[in-house]
Design a protein around this ligand. Structure first.
Ligand SMILES: C[S@@+](CC[C@H](N)C(=O)[O-])C[C@H]1O[C@@H](n2cnc3c(N)ncnc32)[C@H](O)[C@@H]1O
Length: 514
């Protein structure tokens, strides 16, 4: 089947190299929201398994295999593990591109790959050692999804790795299963599987695009079958890489021209007047403009939050969940660095991240503090702030293109649990907004329980608040263009990954009645 990604190059905020297996570039590294390990993750350990722990991986496939093993074993974020592994491995640029494609593609297509492999494993996949299963998935991904990687090369390399890491029986089994897969690839294709008669819409979408069935069903219930399918397809596309220009240090045109000088082909974002989207080139963070504070690496959807919040010079602003500081710094930029932005985060170690960003961007009006947002209501006097932003911790299901493991690790129980925390947080900060001031709520998820329903419940419990439709005309025009808002705009927006290819994001603006 032809799902191949060709061309492309590193345009992310890490060191994601050129990738000739992708049609589009995959941006590398942490995306600026919630970067770090997942809660409960074990500490970093050696990446490999099956005898590879101390050996520095030599090939793209070995690096990819070690990353896949570690992501699954430690419940770690793939972008962080991959970036660390690439820096350590010092692969050539094309090999680093192959490793990148293999890691993201294998995680994205896990359900499709397991569907095909399960037919070939005589004792079932559950009996396989974890590293063998990852090696089979990695190789099956090449056979089923990458037309430009010869199938025999994928098999030969898998057998070589299996011989190095396991006994002869394992390499023989790997060889046999993968050669069978090549022979039966049409029959075992997940696309053929999705075409079977009698499947429910959720099962069909799950098989076709490799998503958990419960998630496909949830999105069908929320958005309808056609939209849910578009969302799932968009989540398998390489995410766009973009920067947000710091208007205090230069113009967007100037940034585009500086990027061109650095070999990065980029164009103005259609969503945000501060955004620039990179098409091909090098790492956006590894640029003079980034180091000089002329721009930050940020997804386009995320840039819309500060724009919708409409901060003004001289305001007193609270960002309740601020680290690593993407939105606090944007708010401060739009305030011309005049006023006060209190940037709070729960984790003490994240305070330095906010301070580093503020310093790099020349923003002295940001004051980074540490604390539980649920306690901010008692820490500050009532009505202390003109503007309060709650960029809440969330399930992250709007960013599966950047962190595909999210779709496999999150559950419906997780969504319910995080929605309950969000409710507690928004409730506890409501009193901090001055009458006439704004409360902005945002998440990087597309779950209605975390978004619209959260706001509906808040409005029922806080009659002193109302949704605020007074958004900048320019912002509303670009959201209309993207198909994200219609005539029924009520003061919130749910951007879907399928709208313009940016992250799925929710933004609501509320005004406290005067
Ligand atoms: C979505 S991220 C924020 C991203 C940030 N606004 C930005 O644009 O760079 C959510 C943040 O909330 C923080 N967090 C989670 N629970 C919190 C709590 N109870 N109080 C304060 N911060 C919390 C996390 O540490 C994380 O940095």
């Amino acid at each position: 089947m032809s799902q191949e990604r060709t061309g492309g190059s590193t345009v992310g905020n890490g060191n994601r190299p050129a990738n000739k297996f992708n049609k589009k570039s995959r941006p590398a590294g942490a995306t600026g929201t919630g970067a770090g390990k997942k809660p409960g993750a074990k500490p970093n350990g050696a990446a490999g398994q099956g005898g590879s722990a101390k050996r520095r991986p030599a090939t793209a496939r070995e690096v990819a295999l070690d990353v896949l093993i570690k992501v699954e074993r430690e419940q770690a974020f793939s972008n962080l593990v991959l970036n660390a592994a690439l820096q350590h491995a010092e692969l050539s640029r094309p090999d680093a591109g192959l490793a990148t494609e293999l890691v993201y593609g294998t995680i994205q297509r896990k359900l499709s790959l397991d569907y095909a492999l399960a037919e070939l494993a005589s004792k079932g996949l559950a009996k396989l050692e974890p590293w063998v299963l990852q090696l089979l998935r990695l190789s099956a991904y090449q056979i089923l999804f990458l037309d430009r990687v010869p199938a025999h090369a994928a098999v030969n390399e898998a057998v070589t790795i299996a011989k190095r890491r396991g006994h002869a029986g394992i390499s023989g089994m790997v060889n046999g299963m993968l050669r069978n897969l090549i022979r039966r690839r049409e029959e075992l294709s997940p696309i053929a599987a999705a075409g079977q008669p009698g499947l429910s819409p959720a099962r069909r979408i799950a098989l076709r695009h490799s998503y958990p069935e419960w998630l496909a069903a949830r999105w069908i219930a929320a958005y309808g079958e056609a939209a849910a399918e578009r969302i799932c397809a968009a989540g398998n596309e390489p995410p766009r890489a973009s920067i947000r220009v710091n208007p205090l240090r230069g113009t967007r045109e100037n940034a585009i021209s500086m990027l061109a000088d650095a070999g990065i082909e980029a164009e103005a974002s259609t969503l945000s007047p501060y955004g620039v989207v990179a098409r091909r080139g090098g790492s956006l963070a590894d640029t003079i403009g980034f180091r000089d504070g002329r721009w930050s690496v940020q997804d386009e959807s995320s840039m819309l939050v500060a724009q919708a919040a409409q901060p003004a010079a001289g305001m007193t602003v609270l960002d309740c969940c601020a680290a690593p500081g993407g939105k606090s710094t944007h708010l401060a930029e739009l305030m011309g660095n005049v006023g006060r932005v209190v940037a709070n985060d729960l984790h003490p170690h994240k305070r330095a991240l906010i301070e580093q960003q503020a310093e790099r961007l020349g923003l002295s009006c940001i004051e980074a503090v540490t604390g539980d947002a649920a306690e901010l209501g008692s820490r500050f006097a009532p009505s202390s702030f003109d503007l309060v932003l709650l960029d809440a911790p969330c399930s992250g299901l709007g960013v599966v293109a950047r962190k595909p493991e999210i779709k496999w690790t999150k559950s419906e129980e997780d969504i319910a649990a995080i929605a309950s925390i969000q409710h507690q947080l928004i409730d506890s900060i409501a009193n901090l907004v001055k009458p006439g001031g704004r409360l902005v709520y945002s998440t990087c998820t597309i779950e209605r329980d975390e978004n619209e329903r959260q706001i509906d419940r808040f409005l029922q419990q806080h009659p002193d608040y109302e949704l605020d439709t007074n958004w900048p005309d320019e912002l509303l025009a670009s959201l209309r263009e993207a198909g994200a808002v219609g005539a029924d705009f009520r003061g919130d927006v749910q951007l879907l990954p399928s709208h313009v290819g940016s992250d799925g994001f929710y933004i609501a603006t509320l005004r406290r009645r005067a």
